[in-house]
Each structure stands twice: as C-alpha cells, then as structure tokens.
Design a binder for this molecule. Structure first.
Ligand SMILES: [Zn+2]
Length: 386
C-alpha cells in the first residue's frame, strides 16, 4: 500500500509545540504561559465566554502576574473582523494571544496573532472541530461563506483543552467534532495511496500522520457513543478524554500532515448553501462529505460509517441537512464549490461534476436506508427536534 516510488516532493509533518488536555487545566493556564514567557496576554474571546471560562482564565493569569488584555470576538473569522482585533491590540504590547472559544474564534485568533507577530495559545472550549492544532485558518466572508484558507509558518505554541469545559458543552458539539474527525483517516488514506496527492501544506503525507488518522477513526468507532453519553451527564471519563483527543489532537495532526480529499471539499462547498450553512455545524457538513467520498471508494465502508453517524446523531442524508434530491440549484452549487476546492482532486480517480453528483445521490440513498433501519432518534435529539 505504501509504495516505494521515488518521491521528489518531501514528506512533512507539523504539530503544535505542546498539547495539554485534562479536567481543570483552565485554572493553571497562567503557569502554562510561562512556556511562552508571557507578561501581557491578549485574549480573543466572545462576550458569552468572558462571563464563563474567561473569568477562570483571567484569575489564573493574575495569579501568575500576567496582565490580560481582552478583545471581544464577534463571531466570524473574516478579514474584517481580524483587522478589528489587530487594531485593538496593536498598541497594547501583548507578548502572546490566547484564542478562547469554538473553531472560528480559534482560527481568527491564529490570524490576529500572526499579524501581531506573537505566539498563539489556543484554548478550545468545544471539541467540535479540529482547528486548534493546525497552522492554518479557514476564512469566511462576513456572511459566513467559506472563502479560502490562510497558512502560517508556525503551528500554535500551546493548545490547552479543558475536558471539564467540553463535558459541560452541548452533546451536539462533541458529536460534530466526531464528524470532522472521522473524515481524517479516509482523507489521509486517499492522499497516502495516491502519489500525486498533496497535503494541505503541499507536501507528501508521512506514515505518522496516516497512523494518527487511523487511530483517530478507531477511537471514534470504539468510544464515540460512550463519550457522547458522558457529555449528556456532564461527566469526564476515559471515553470522553479519548474522544476529545481524537477530535482535537489526532484529527488536527492527521488532517494537516495527512491531507484532505472530497469529504472537506464537499463540506466547504455546503457553506455556500444558506439552508445548510445557517443550521448545521462544520463537522455535520463533513459527515455528509465523508459519506459522499466513501461512495466513490467502498460502499461497505460507507455503510459502516453511516451506521456510526446514525448512532451518534450526525446527518446521513440530504433531508437531515434541510435539502432534498429536488433541490437542484443547491446541489449544483455544492458540486461547483467542491470542484473548485483543490483537495477533491487528491482522489485516485478523475473527479468530475458528474461523479460528484452521482456520489452525493448514492450517499443520500445509503443514508436514507440506514436511517430507516436504525431510526433517527439520536439525530433528532441533537437537533432539538423532539
Ligand atoms: Zn474539518
């Protein structure tokens, strides 16, 4: 499988300098910041976050004699919003930036820190996506439509994940993170097998990133349901710790150095459809993209994954992302968007609009039959439909 062809393109593996995960780590953040020699820390955090996690973080910073300078995240990782925070922090002589929140806040924080020339410390408060560990940010228009990505020379200096905080967030976020993380192995595998494929940083994947992606998927299959259950009862247990690591660290390392394919091309393209973008999370769109990609490869594996998605409550057919097979305009928008997303061409076969259309419909058909036989209770509960 891992052929011995000559590779003029080098293998590259990138990672954050340090990853710290555990219950209550938020209360020790001041100590961890000694790793970047912080004296004045900028904090990018939403208004809502300030009254919750923000209080604990600032208290910990004060204990370590670090001055916090807060800038309020308004909700979009757009060039406009990034400029706003850069302006507000430019004359504050901060020596690092903490990005505290969900995926968009984390990605915006990386952009702000890069422009200020300071290290970024990522503090995800949800395990809903794999943005925290990577050296790239996905950019959006002010309306929230994906417009591309920005790449940085360095990965975050530190990633700090408090599993107690994740356990207190909604189950839907952890499950969405599983949707994002499950794609990692399937996308990395495609890139490894196709000598013409390139990772997000333009390199060849390493064995390490593929192995990480595979362990990520195995962890989800084995412990995903139990971890979701832990979040329902706000408990931190071994399955939750493992799945948070899968969603955040394993998925992050796996996608960045292992490469992406159709799953993320489709997911990013769904952001151009308001009915989807306004109501569904990144990981939920990736779940739909993963089923589409797998229908190009192996129906058997697609079924296995659809059954897992169905159990934890991820969408498996178009109806579960507010679309139907008759929504031709929306589906054509997705196909057009995906075709323009370079990672779809990492697939071993030539990817055409026709193939994407057929695979979206095949995945929809499979998802419908899986949802009919297994029931859609978990999906409905997560979406607040009952
Ligand atoms: Zn993703």
């Amino acid at each position: 499988m891992f052929g011995s062809e000559i590779e003029p393109v080098p293998r590259v593996f990138v990672a954050p300098q340090r990853y710290i995960q555990g219950q209550g780590v938020l209360d020790h953040i001041g100590q961890y910041l000694s790793l970047v020699n912080a004296k004045r820390a900028g904090i990018l955090i939403s208004r809502r976050g300030q009254s919750a996690d923000g209080v604990r973080i600032i208290e910990s910073l004060h204990k370590s004699k670090i001055d916090p300078i807060v800038t309020t995240f308004k909700g979009e990782c757009s060039i406009d919003e990034i400029a706003l925070h850069v302006d507000s922090l430019r004359n504050e002589s901060v020596d690092c930036l903490l990005a505290v929140g969900g995926g968009k806040c984390v990605d915006a924080g990386k952009c702000v820190a890069y422009r200020l020339g300071v290290p970024v410390v990522v503090v995800p408060t949800l395990a809903s996506n794999d943005a925290p560990c990577s050296a790239l940010s996905v950019l959006y228009s002010p309306e929230g439509v994906s417009t591309g990505a920005e790449f940085f020379p360095d990965n975050p200096a530190i990633v700090i994940v408090d599993t107690g905080v994740v356990a207190n967030a909604s189950e839907r976020f952890l499950v969405a993170g599983m949707g994002d993380a499950m794609a990692t192995w399937y996308e990395a595998r495609v890139c490894m097998q196709n000598p013409n494929a390139r990772t997000t940083i333009g390199a060849r994947p390493t064995l390490a990133s593929c192995a990480i992606g595979e362990v990520c998927a195995q962890t989800l299959f084995a412990e995903g349901e139990a971890a979701a259950q832990a979040v329902v009862s706000n408990a931190v247990d071994a399955p939750l710790e493992n799945v948070v690591e899968a969603n955040t660290l394993l998925s992050g390392l796996g996608f960045e150095s292992g490469g992406l394919a159709v799953a993320h091309g489709i997911a990013q393209a769904y952001t151009a459809v308001p009915a989807v973008n306004d109501n569904y999370l990144h990981g939920e769109m990736v779940a739909m993209g993963t089923l589409t990609q797998l229908m190009m490869e192996s129906e058997e594996e697609a079924r296995r994954v659809a059954e897992f998605f169905c159990k934890v409550g991820l969408p498996v057919h178009l109806g579960q992302i507010s679309l139907g097979t008759n929504d031709t305009n929306e589906i054509e928008t997705v196909i057009e968007g995906a075709m323009a997303w370079p990672t779809v061409h990492n697939m071993p076969m030539t990817v055409t609009a026709d193939l994407l259309r057929r695979s979206i419909m095949d995945a929809h058909g499979l998802g419908l039959s899986v949802a009919e036989s297994m029931g859609d209770g978990a999906y409905r509960r997560l979406q607040g439909l009952e």
